[in-house]
Design a protein around this ligand. Structure first.
Ligand code: 5FX
Length: 540
């Protein structure tokens, strides 16, 4: 567990520290910061290896239909106790934590039986969370963001609300398979008895916040926008969107609360069992992408982040969003209650690059980088599409790999050409689809595991024609949650909303990792038109 010495805090009274938790797809991380925003410690666990009894691969269960992907919610419950116990053992000063906020993989939903609220409020600190909560779920499998099984429900939503563009205008995105409203509609149709037994539906973020406060936590507008149920402008549930999903939904979802709100105090379970202070504040939890936006302090329109992780995402802050049925999402901005963020999401991120590496570069990133270095920019006109998973952007339900030669006809690639094609294809797609929803960068901040890969960042800089910066702090979602804990705690203390940048000054520092080469950028600009044409062929 990496642990740095605690530094003296500078801005607000001594000794207080802040914790961000990130329930990501693959594991649970925490980031501790002091009041000046300096990172103190970052303990983490992996679901696959630390909780092997749940038998997940990459934190999920993929079902035989190739479309359904779920995770056991009890695993997230067990993970919380496990990580906190490790923190206690490592003597992290939990009693000094003034506020906690958190992050969850977006879109995933948890279905709690009637009576679960009372169970959350009466936890016995001598027993584990897992032992006390194993029977509170109406479903022991939570659909997650990788699920693509709700095409029928998406069609029904589009039809009920006046078409895909109308859904996008109302909720910020057209109907997407992984969006929670469509998952709820599927569960209601397929398991009406279990839906009837469900008293509360939470997102991964609000569910894990509920564990901490001992009652149902509200949903927050950054994450709530990933449901196809919230009016993106008013940040309230859209009655028409609820009506076409399932009956009695408003009371099962509960309220939506601003991102900086103190939603409760840490329950006695955690103060008694782990030694947190009795009045530790819990600030609304949000999704992983909105939290990463907070970590990067993205405020200006030309600053774009590209997160290279299990999912690849391209996102940035926007003041005047134009929701599009064609692609992309508009979410609430977690650090600006009036603002928005735009996001493009790819399911074929790190796992797909890894699959190409394993097949064509001897399972080694060094060999992968060397293959990139040996091949010319533009790959001699070759373009490849690698959908190892059903894809979100563009919508592709059937996995497949498509390779085209310079004459736009199907072609065979050498191992090295495959390596270049996967990287160039992903970067071209990000430029194409990002531009379509107003994400036109003057500067790119790259985060996530694969942002250590210099050759990949060089391709990115050349494709976009902008410098690419990286942070020394890769855990952006848990860091963003820690920053938001500090921000929410400060707003509560002064009893008004204070601009995020005034409270969180020490946003992670960045260094330039790649500068664009003008000639190569021109080459990629010419390639983009061909890429867009070929993409239409593979999507059909
Ligand atoms: C965003 O819309 C996504 O679906 C993914 O980035 C998940 O949030 C990954 F956790």
């Amino acid at each position: 567990m990496p642990q740095r010495p605690l530094t003296r805090q500078r801005v607000i009274p001594a000794a207080q520290i802040f914790m961000g938790l990130d329930f990501s797809t693959q594991g649970l991380k925490a980031t501790f910061i002091d009041a000046a925003g300096q990172v103190l410690a970052e303990p983490a666990i992996s679901f696959d290896t630390d909780l092997p009894e749940f038998k997940t691969q990459g934190g999920v269960h993929r079902h035989a239909d190739g479309l359904t992907v779920t995770a056991p919610p009890l695993m997230w419950v067990a993970a919380l106790d496990l990580l906190l116990a490790r923190m206690q053992k490592a003597n992290l000063p939990l009693a000094r934590v003034a506020a906690i906020s958190g992050s969850g993989q977006q879109h995933g939903s948890v279905y709690l039986r009637r009576g679960a609220r009372a169970r959350l409020g009466a936890l016995d600190s001598r027993l584990t969370l897992r032992d006390q909560l194993q029977d509170v779920f109406a479903f022991d499998a939570a659909p997650v963001w990788m699920d693509s099984s709700t095409r029928a429900q998406c069609r029904e939503r589009d039809a009920a609300l006046g078409g895909a563009q109308a859904v996008a205008k109302l909720t910020g995105s057209r109907s997407y398979e992984r969006f929670t409203g469509n998952q709820i509609a599927k569960i209601y149709r397929q398991h009406p008895e279990a839906y009837a037994a469900t008293g509360h539906i939470a997102l991964v973020s609000s569910f894990t916040a509920s564990l901490l406060i001992g009652t149902y936590a509200p949903i927050e507008p950054g994450d709530g926008a990933g449901m196809n149920l919230m009016n993106i402008r008013t940040r309230r549930w859209a009655p028409a969107a609820l009506r076409c999903t399932a009956p009695g939904l408003a009371k099962r979802l509960g309220p939506i609360a601003p991102s900086h709100k103190v939603i409760g105090r840490l329950s006695r379970y955690f103060t008694d069992r782990y030694g947190f202070a009795p009045r530790t504040a819990v600030i609304a939890f949000s999704g992983d992408n909105p939290n990463s936006l907070a970590a990067l302090g993205l405020a200006r329109s030309g600053d774009i982040a590209i997160s290279l992780g299990t999912s690849d995402t391209v996102f940035g802050a926007l003041s005047a969003p134009k929701p599009s049925a064609a692609e992309g999402h508009i979410f609430g901005n977690p650090i600006n209650p009036q603002g928005y963020m735009a996001l493009i999401c790819y399911k074929n991120g790190s796992l797909t690059r890894e699959a190409v590496r394993n097949e064509f570069a001897q399972c080694s990133w060094k060999a992968f980088e060397a293959a990139l270095a040996r091949t010319p920019e533009g790959n001699g006109g070759r373009i490849g599409f690698y959908f190892k998973e059903p894809e979100i952007t563009p919508t592709v339900l059937k996995p497949g790999i498509y390779r085209f030669g310079p004459d736009a006809r199907p072609a065979r690639f050498t191992p090295e050409q495959n390596v270049r094609a996967v990287v160039e294809g992903q970067c071209l797609s990000m430029r194409l689809h990002g531009n379509n929803i107003g994400l036109v960068p003057q500067k790119i901040l790259a985060t996530g595991g694969a942002s250590v890969n210099k050759s990949l960042l060089q391709v990115m800089a050349n494709v976009f024609g902008t410098p690419v910066h990286v942070s020394s702090q890769p855990n952006s979602a848990s860091l963003g949650a820690a920053y938001r804990a500090l921000h929410g705690w400060h707003c509560a203390r002064v009893r008004r909303f204070v601009p995020f940048a005034k409270v969180v000054r020490a946003v992670a520092s960045f260094t330039v990792a790649a500068e664009p080469n003008r000639a190569k950028h021109c080459l990629y600009t010419a390639m983009l038109t061909r890429y867009a044409q070929l993409e239409k062929q593979v999507v059909l």
